[in-house]
Design a protein around this ligand. Structure first.
Ligand code: ATP
Length: 372
């Protein structure tokens, strides 16, 4: 398969309610390295789905098993309800978008976009021009057809690659770190643009990324991976607000962790005392657990402030104040030496200074108790 192209599927997939992708117990080892282990998940039709995790967590291997470039060692891959383990990549009703774009520099924008249709000869010549115009309009490049690739900016090249990948209307588009080559500002723009295009075209998008902000911005749902396993599949909001494990809470955004042993009245944290825990955590007394608290949920009060019921759990010393523009971040050390981060919107607490003693606290309902 030429990058960015595909051949027509052997047969049109049956019209069913089956998910776009169903992975059941999928695993893959390379020698003694277990790249992917026991992954079971569904990717729904027309959703923007991201596979997110740190380098080496197995996300590329998982994606390659969906595209057919890798065969699962265990488990099954189904595409649109059809078992696909042994279907070669060019017979799958999907297309790929690579970080490098893989555009042909000697061809015009229009010829790059039309490439797949011409190779497949699946449509009469007269229709190809219309399809190219439609695809360029979709990515907001109307009028750019005659330009050469060299005359385009990075963001425009990205759009050409998207138009080329979508012109054949695959059921599924897989995007490997799609915005990795763009600078920060363009990335942020293209995140919104990609989401908009996905909505308009109604194709299932699956991205692979290590960038949590990108995944949160673009996705309907995210699968967070670590060590070959999928730890959580959820909406961006649920992943951020209700992480299932300490790894997820740490990888997505910033979290404070206070570790101790659960008893009937709270979490006994050595050196810090007993902390209240949120209701409905479902863990048994005696369990070793981590209380995860987001910095934006930590309230601070200075020694001279009136006692605050929101900041009455722990004593600390302010080590650093970092002004971030839209927020101010406070780095504290607690009595046992643990670091704690608090964040306030805007300029934060005017009265606090480095070296000062502070009280910190949070609403237990805004914390999360995690066993692993
Ligand atoms: P990155 O973000 O760095 O691309 P990743 O999350 O995509 O990482 P994979 O490329 O899927 O991770 O790799 C998962 C593990 O499997 C790694 O330990 C990697 O070294 C190993 N691995 C991947 N492909 C092969 C291969 N063909 N042969 C041997 N080991 C491999």
């Amino acid at each position: 398969m030429t990058p960015g192209t595909k051949t027509a599927p052997a047969a049109a997939p049956p019209e069913t309610d089956a998910p776009a992708v169903r992975l059941t117990g999928v695993g893959k080892a390379f020698g003694t390295t277990r790249a992917v282990a026991d992954v079971t998940l569904d990717i729904r039709r027309n959703e923007f789905f991201s596979i997110l995790g740190p380098s080496g967590c197995g996300k590329t291997t998982l994606m390659r098993m969906i595209t057919g470039f890798e065969t699962p060692g265990e488990g099954t891959v189904e595409l649109g309800g059809v078992p696909a383990n042994t279907v070669p990549p060019h017979k799958r009703d999907l297309n790929m978008l690579f970080q490098s774009y893989a555009l042909f520099p000697h061809l015009s924008v229009a010829d790059n976009v039309a490439f797949e249709l011409k190779v497949r000869r699946s449509r009469p010549k007269a229709e190809i021009g219309d399809a190219v115009r439609e695809a360029l309009a979709l990515v907001r490049l109307t009028g750019y057809g005659d330009r050469s690739i060299a005359q385009l900016s990075g963001g425009q090249r990205q759009r050409v690659a998207i138009a080329r990948a979508l012109i054949g209307r695959p059921s599924l588009l897989l995007l490997d770190e799609p915005l990795g080559a763009l600078d920060q500002k363009l990335r942020a723009e293209m995140q919104l643009e990609l989401k908009k295009i996905q909505r308009e075209v109604g194709v299932t998008f699956v991205t692979v990324t290590h960038d949590q902000e990108e995944a949160l911005t673009m996705s309907d749902r995210i699968a967070v991976m670590d060590g070959g396993r999928v730890l959580q599949v959820d909406t961006p909001e649920a992943i951020y607000e209700r992480p299932a494990t300490r790894f997820v809470a740490d990888f997505i955004g910033t979290s404070n962790f206070l570790t101790g042993t659960l008893d009937a009245t709270g979490l006994a944290v050595p050196g810090l005392g007993r902390l209240p825990v949120p209701d409905g955590h479902g863990l048994a007394p005696g369990t070793e657990a981590h209380l995860a608290v987001r910095p934006e949920n930590v309230h601070l009060a200075g020694a001279d402030d009136a006692p605050s019921p929101r900041a009455d759990l722990l004593d600390g010393t302010l080590q650093q104040i970092v002004y971030l523009g839209s927020a101010t971040r406070y780095h504290l050390t607690l009595a046992d030496g643990t670091d704690l981060i608090a964040e306030s919107r805007g300029r934060g607490h005017g009265g606090l200074s480095v070296g000062a003693g502070v009280r910190a606290g949070w609403d237990p309902a805004r914390s999360r108790l995690l066993a692993e």
